[in-house]
Design a protein around this ligand. Structure first.
Ligand SMILES: [Zn+2]
Length: 430
């Protein structure tokens, strides 16, 4: 199967590409990149005026299958990812059963092969049952297809276990991802601790509940000389710890979600459970610090922490509602509108954070680049397209997204995986 994309503006900082060119795709790979490729037999896409990046990768997604298919399935999560401009997603292990043994990993991969249009990379649990007591069979899980290890949703509390995990991961050349939270400090908190938690009479989660674990993880990564990736950073203090660690040469990478960049705790005054998430929406000052860190390369990755929940679970009192925001179908437009179109970050930085860096961090060969021979996973973006977020049009099974009715400029318009158009809002392919 061949596909010719004409006149797109290609952006790939990993290959140093920033130019208008054609791309010819053959046999699921990028075959040729140059101007005016002549051809008669291919399907042709006119990408004039549009941006083409290597396929976007969301390295933090909760697909809910197996076990909680009423919230999301591998199929609906994959469709939501495609509509959101993502060609690859990595899914967290807190399913039911937990992805802590190779049987579950293999199940996810084989189901994804059958019904998912995007590439799905399972992240396995770091500890059995995510209980933080004993390590999973890391080698077995890697053989089954796990690309990283995390107890996400639960922090790894036992520092000795984390140390062993880091040592083992280094030997096996895999990645540990941690959800940084001191559960005792978080106590029964449901939102950011500060002026607004006092005003609303809700229990707060202090910023240092995250920061003490960020500090511990950085120390352990340094002492074991291993890599660590910190999930969904939310505070200014975490940014400062990561900044200092990177300066020292510690192999720490991290991610930030759109909701931690663009929402703050003053917005919780109507007790909307769509804003209940863990780590919580923080303060405006934290937003600013996180945005600056993304622009400066202190934070490496944009990720959604896509956490679908059904309406009846979210339509309860704030204290009772589960944590989580559905993010796959709004992330790209939010970053384009709030950061790229406002010239806070460049399209190159956008592409690094949404594609090149997650591919590198997860060690996904042949992804995250526009290069001859690389997988033909591409995202086509219209930075001028105006959209109004409508959760009722989501392909995700759930609707728990706080950006409903937001007007945004910039959107993914076509998603191509292995040379196949899996989502398009453009005119039909010729
Ligand atoms: Zn988490």
């Amino acid at each position: 199967m061949t596909l010719l994309i004409k006149n797109g503006h290609l952006i790939d900082p990993s290959s140093g590409i920033d130019k208008i060119s054609d791309i010819l795709i053959k046999n699921k790979k990028i075959f040729e990149i140059k101007e005016n490729i002549k051809s008669d037999n291919e399907k042709i896409i006119d990408a004039s005026g549009l941006i083409i990046t290597p396929g976007l990768i969301d390295m933090h997604v909760h697909l809910r299958e197996p076990g909680q298919e009423h919230k999301e399935t591998i199929k609906t999560g994959s469709q939501a990812a495609a509509a959101g401009g993502f060609t690859s997603i990595a899914c967290m292990p807190n399913t039911s059963p937990v992805n802590d043994h190779s049987g579950v990993t293999k199940y996810i991969i084989s189901k994804a092969k059958k019904i998912a249009s995007v590439n799905i990379f399972p992240i396995a649990a770091l500890s059995i049952g995510q209980k933080g007591k004993s390590l999973t069979e890391i080698a077995d899980l890697i053989d089954a297809g796990a690309v990283a290890f995390s107890d996400d949703g639960m922090p790894v509390y036992n520092s000795q276990l984390m140390r062993r995990a880091l040592e083992y991961a280094k030997e096996m050349n895999t990645l540990i991802i941690d959800h940084c939270e001191d559960l005792d400090l978080s106590s029964n908190g449901v939102m950011n601790e500060g002026y607004y938690s006092y005003l609303l009479g809700l229990n707060g989660i202090p910023d240092y509940s995250e920061e003490v674990m960020v500090a511990r993880n950085i120390i352990l990564a340094e002492k074991t000389n291993s890599r660590i990736h910190l999930a969904h950073m939310s505070t200014k203090g975490s940014v400062e710890l990561i900044r200092a660690a990177k300066k020292k040469g510690v192999a720490v990478t991290s991610e930030v979600t759109p909701h931690h960049l663009f929402l703050d705790d003053s917005m919780l005054t109507d007790y909307s459970t769509h804003l209940k998430v863990n780590p919580p929406i923080r303060s405006k000052e934290d937003n600013e610090s996180l945005i600056e860190a993304a622009a400066q390369g202190i934070i490496d990755v944009f990720a959604t922490d896509h956490a679908p929940h059904s309406p009846d679970e979210k339509e309860v009192e704030f204290n009772e509602a589960p944590f989580g925001i559905n993010g796959l179908e709004t992330a790209v437009s939010l970053i384009l509108d709030k950061l790229v179109n406002k010239k806070i970050i460049s399209l190159n930085r956008f592409t690094e954070m949404f594609s090149c860096n997650p591919a590198k961090i997860l060690n996904l060969k042949n992804k995250g680049k526009i290069k001859i021979g690389a997988d033909a996973d591409l995202t086509i973006i219209d930075t001028e397209k105006k959209i109004t977020v409508d959760v009722n049009k989501f392909l995700s099974k759930s609707r728990n997204n706080p950006f409903h009715n937001w007007k945004l400029k910039g959107a993914p318009v076509m998603t191509i995986v292995g040379g196949k158009v899996i989502y398009s809002s453009l005119n039909p392919v010729k």
